[in-house]
Design a protein around this ligand. Sequence first.
Ligand code: P1T
Length: 384
Amino acid sequence: MGFSTDAVHAGQEHEKVTGAVITPIFQTSTYAQSGPGEHTGYEYGRTQNPTREALEKNVATLESAAHGIAFSSGLAATSTIAQLFEKGDHIVATENVYGGTYRFFTQVMGKFGLQMSWVDTSAVEQVVAALRPETRMVFIETPTNPLLVLSDIRAIADVCRERGILLAVDNTFLSPYFQRPLELGADISMHSMTKYLNGHSDVVGGIVLTNNDEVAEKLRYLQNAVGAVPSPFDAWLVLRATKTLALRMQAHGRNAQKIAEYLTERDDIEQVIYPGLPSHPQYELAQRQHLTPYEEFGSGGMVTFIVESFERARTILQKMRLFTLAESLGGVESLVCHPASMTHASVPKEMREKIGLTDGLIRLSVGVEDADDLIEDLRQAMQG
Ligand code: P1T
């Protein structure tokens, strides 16, 4: 089936009792048993929920995955992946990841003896150089938040497979519409569902996808044993949203491409970063790795640009009207963010400087409004 057909139908059989076309919200914490230990397959709300299962099957299908395991946030998904490992195990990760991911691995998992190496995973040789006998996983974010640096999923997957190391990809920024890491050899793909999968800025959620039965079994066990599950209502909201994922991603990508091109024409901006621009250092990789021809639908909905100083950035951010200054991304409404003081404030300044996350860097989450209105908002905010 095509992507949009799967998005509308996968995991969503008509409800058995009434024939309801839309998967109901099974808002229950528990299920009646006919005798001790005799049940329908549903025992307790943390362990099983039909609305959550429908969502898991739906997103798994969109990512070409056999298994989907949903969580109460993107970070809950990341932390459950981390709990696959033990004290002394080593993980190689992309040095520029979402600030909360960096904080989680360094501040929280560090206490439990997980060893981290943060490297520029856009250079495969840096990944290889960081590997140790105790390395168990390479964790990459591509494109990165907020610098939009790409890593070559297929090349890193080859390195990992040869050595029996798991490759996990945070696919939040592109969604399965633009990128499907498992098809490129990754073992695990994960999302903050808070972003494009839900797309309406009204749910916090996460999901992990895999074709590895052993990993899936462990994650399913941890989902129940650790317990960071989404509510049935949140699962239902995301299930409703994935039906329009392709349409939304096309609109995000088209608008983002136009905005990136508009910003490139301005001479008062130091740098515009967007994987659909020929000036992007990994433009060629973007064309290979991202699924939709950029000429038509761009290369995702995130655009980053850098101005000369924090003062100028602050003036622009305060003057924007249609773009709301807020954390998060991937919703139908456009948002603007100042990562150094907001989403990546928990990343130490030296690390921010090393990766080029300067105080003049502005991140746009381009929504699905009319591109002309968004461009006009940027124009008036940058005037004078
Ligand atoms: O916020 P949560 O659903 O827990 O997801 C964490 C997360 C994981 N991975 C990526 C790439 C992310 O961007 C995020 C969350 N990011 C933001 C809130 C943000 O504004 O960048």
